[in-house]
Design a binder for this molecule. Structure first.
Ligand code: PRP
Ligand code: URA
Length: 204
């Protein structure tokens, strides 16, 4: 259930996101571009229904989207991935889950949760870094407890440990990633990775 993005623009964006000399303004643009590609991948199988329309020349039965979408960024870094989803799907509802890893233990602490109606909707949880998987597993659990059923996890860089943790806790949730990296270091950062995504996104 791991989908790895395969697109030359995606590889280009990842390289410049990794580059430690990339400044926050460019970092945000690259995060937008790569998240847009991921948004397209993660919605490739959205259901459609047929709508009868009249072209200037003749009537035609043609597909339109048939399932409401919810995007849920995990604060704060996940905010850097939201805009492509709202640009592509203007009717999307946005929920927020605030989780922050403790710097010493790397265990995520919950500090905020605001979710829209979830029933019958396709839910895309977005968080750029899937490291230990602790944050993603917690977020997916909360969403399921609130009635969310059809979930996808969309990240930019994943680790083998993070993917394994999500697959074990939530085997029904497909994972979309732009880069699947080698391993975690002793501080639970992804290698080669790109460092602290939130800090680089917001210049903190
Ligand atoms: C980062 C990242 C993920 C989490 C991943 O957030 O955005 O949410 O770490 O790590 P995990 O898979 O080991 O849980 P962080 O906790 O640093 O907070 P931030 O987004 O506010 O920077
Ligand atoms: N969070 C980040 O921002 N980067 C990592 O490598 C791991 C967790």
């Amino acid at each position: 259930m791991l989908h790895i993005l395969s697109h030359p623009l995606g590889s280009h964006c990842i390289t410049h996101l990794r580059d430690q000399t990339t400044k926050p303004a460019l970092f945000r643009t690259l995060a937008y571009q790569i998240s847009l590609l991921l948004a397209l991948e993660a919605t490739r199988d959205l259901p459609t229904r047929t709508l009868a329309v009249q072209t200037p020349l003749e009537p035609v039965a043609s597909p339109v989207l048939d399932q409401p979408l919810v995007v849920v960024p995990i604060l704060r870094a996940g905010l850097g991935m939201v805009q492509p989803f709202t640009d592509l799907f203007p009717d999307v509802s946005v929920g927020y889950i605030g989780l922050e890893r403790d710097h010493a233990t790397a265990v995520a602490r919950s500090y905020y949760c605001k979710l829209p109606a979830l029933h019958g909707r396709r839910i895309l949880v977005v968080d750029p870094m899937l490291a230990t998987g602790g944050s993603a597993v917690q977020a997916l659990t909360v969403i399921k407890e609130r009635g969310g059923r059809e979930l996808r996890l969309v990240c930019i860089v994943s680790s083998p440990e993070g993917v394994a943790a999500v697959e074990q806790a939530h085997p029904d949730v497909p994972i979309y990633t732009a880069a699947h990296d080698r391993e975690l270091n002793s501080r639970k950062y992804i290698l080669p990775g790109l460092g602290d995504f939130g800090d680089r996104l917001y210049g903190t």
